[in-house]
Ligand binder design. Structure first.
Ligand SMILES: O=C(O)CCC(=O)C(=O)O
Ligand SMILES: [Fe+2]
Length: 318
């Protein structure tokens, strides 16, 4: 454990007027990184508090409060219109079948078709004779900038003012761009590893299009880990920032050692799970049936995103 005096000495050694020096110091010293990160969050919280005042509807205010406190909140039945669900499910089945067909002949897990990003999360070299897919996750992604050919149900989700105002207030500014992913999860060999999507900022809303029980591969998430960060999370974030900004993950055993409170994203078709993807979270293994969903995710324009991304410097990519 470092004393305040030691931290002060390390911060005093940083030349704060020279951005490149600040970047190098933050890359080399996890304590400098943490100090900057927390300062940026403090500043960003002011924007959040201002935007939060525009949320006056009591249901939305409750969800916003849950999301801020726990890093996750459930809005039951947000999309419970049977016609909407039926139509969205049909589309997700069609588009994910097309993704699999488009990808199967290629030695790649992503392909752009009709301008949209299609992806499967299968390893390129699959173990033989598994009988099931490794991860069983298929995705097709649309951007709000190019939604002209998007499915009507997807457009409704991309433009949903309720999700937009909660996620916008959560980050402190309206999102710069919205992406909607159509996703299918089928029985597989493994679930995802525990991870943070990004080391700086990422907010998502998952709309279940099918009922999701513990057997259908629900999301799992460590409650509160977006703010109440363990040493392990700080280390993951710093490693990701300093060495590999593409992905931030850890192992199951690590979570058990931390004795965390885990949220499970089970629910009914039409429920919406809003979550901060800088919490520690993972998709679990689908054991039977299927899970179909839309994932709404915002490319943030917040002070936090902009400032922390600037900390990567040139050549850094996240
Ligand atoms: O599908 C899930 O349950 C979680 C996937 C995930 O990690 C994400 O969308 O960030
Ligand atoms: Fe994730």
């Amino acid at each position: 454990m470092m004393t305040d005096q030691q931290l002060t000495q390390r911060l005093e050694a940083v030349n704060w007027k020279d951005l490149e020096h600040v970047r190098q110091a933050a890359k080399q010293d996890p304590e400098v990184f943490k100090f900057i990160y927390q300062k940026v969050e403090e500043q960003n919280d002011r924007d959040v508090e201002t935007m939060a005042r525009s949320i006056t509807d009591p249901t939305m205010a409750k969800i916003f409060g849950d999301l801020r406190r726990d890093g996750v909140a459930v809005w039951p039945g947000l999309y419970n219109d049977p016609q909407f669900l039926e139509s969205a499910r049909k589309f997700v089945k069609e588009v994910t079948a097309d993704v699999k067909a488009s990808i199967s002949s290629r030695k790649d897990s992503q392909v752009v078709k009709n301008g949209y990003l299609y992806g499967v999360s299968e390893p390129v070299e699959k173990p033989a004779n598994l009988g099931v897919p490794v991860y069983g996750r298929t995705r097709a992604q649309w951007s709000s900038r190019d939604m002209a050919n998007g499915h009507p149900t997807m457009k409704v989700v991309a433009q949903d003012p309720r999700i937009m105002s909660i996620l916008g207030a959560y980050s402190g500014r309206p999102p710069a761009e919205i992406l909607v992913i159509a996703e299918e999860l089928v029985p597989s060999f493994a679930g995802q590893e525990w991870h943070l999507d990004k080391w700086y900022e990422q907010i998502k809303a998952m709309i279940l299009l099918t009922d999701c029980t513990m057997k259908n591969g629900p999301l799992r998430l460590v409650k509160g880990s977006h703010r109440n960060r363990s040493k392990r999370i700080w280390k993951m974030m710093h490693d990701c920032y300093a060495f590999d900004p593409s992905y931030c993950c850890t192992s199951d055993t690590a979570i058990e050692e931390d004795k965390c409170e885990v949220f499970w994203g089970t629910g009914k078709a039409g429920d919406c799970i809003l979550f901060d993807a800088t919490t520690l979270h993972a998709g679990t293994r689908c054991m039977e049936g299927e899970r179909l969903d839309y994932v709404y995710y915002a490319i943030s324009d917040s002070l936090k995103s902009q400032t922390l991304l600037a900390m990567l410097g040139t050549g850094g990519k996240s």
